[in-house]
Design a protein around this ligand. Structure first.
Ligand code: CO
Length: 210
């Protein structure tokens, strides 16, 4: 069996480096985690949450899936949100999409002709959620072609998933209870490493004014 020795070697070097910089780092971290942020992002290997925002272990609670989708009935994602909000009391939930997302591309290719093609494998069911985003935004997307359309779909997906986070019973309850909780929609550009705030975010105070 291949034991991926290189990864264990990397790990030892990494732990040594951290301990050298801060000898109490792991001891402090093992006592508790108190992150301020929940990151909901894409599983894409080019979009690692901590590294992009330069945060150390312990600073961001993370959920990732293909195309950063928040589905109302996804117990995995909902459990992460609940733990983050109710137990960890995070102050920010960040839904972060990225340009060049393969999940978005696959969903767009399926609907290019304007007709849903047959679902032939498991992931097609998941991508159905992205097809919904395209349907909800049909009018805007009608005007766009090629890269512009692809980029906009990546953004619209984030905007939609922010709405889904806001509509969860967990976030609703937290807001009703007066929690200081803001939901953000961001997009990451894999071509230059830069994050952009889509400014679709909602925070408690805005919610109260509505
Ligand atoms: Co992606």
């Amino acid at each position: 069996m291949k034991s991926l020795k290189n990864l264990f070697k990397n790990n030892q070097e990494w732990a040594k480096k951290i301990k050298k910089e801060d000898p109490a780092f792991f001891k402090n971290l093992s006592n508790q985690q108190a992150p301020e942020y929940l990151w909901i992002g894409c599983s894409d290997s080019r979009v690692p949450a901590n590294q992009i925002v330069n945060l150390a272990p312990g600073e961001v609670f993370v959920h990732r899936n293909i195309a950063n989708v928040v589905v109302h009935t996804d117990l995995n994602c909902l459990s992460v949100i609940q733990f983050a909000v109710d137990i960890l009391k995070v102050k920010h939930i960040i839904v972060c999409g990225h340009y060049g997302c393969g999940g978005i591309k696959a969903a767009m290719e399926k609907t290019k002709s304007g007709h849903k093609t047959k679902k032939v494998c498991l992931i097609d069911n998941w991508l159905g959620h992205i097809e919904d985003v395209a349907r909800f935004n049909k009018e805007e997307l009608k005007e766009l072609r090629g890269k512009q359309r692809y980029d906009r779909m990546c953004e619209l997906n984030v905007i939609e998933q922010v709405k889904n986070v806001c509509n969860t019973s967990i976030v609703n309850k937290a807001w009703n209870d007066g929690a200081d909780l803001t939901i953000h929609g961001w997009i990451y550009d894999i071509h230059n490493g830069i994050l952009k705030d889509l400014e679709t975010g909602i925070n408690t105070s805005k919610k109260r004014k509505d």
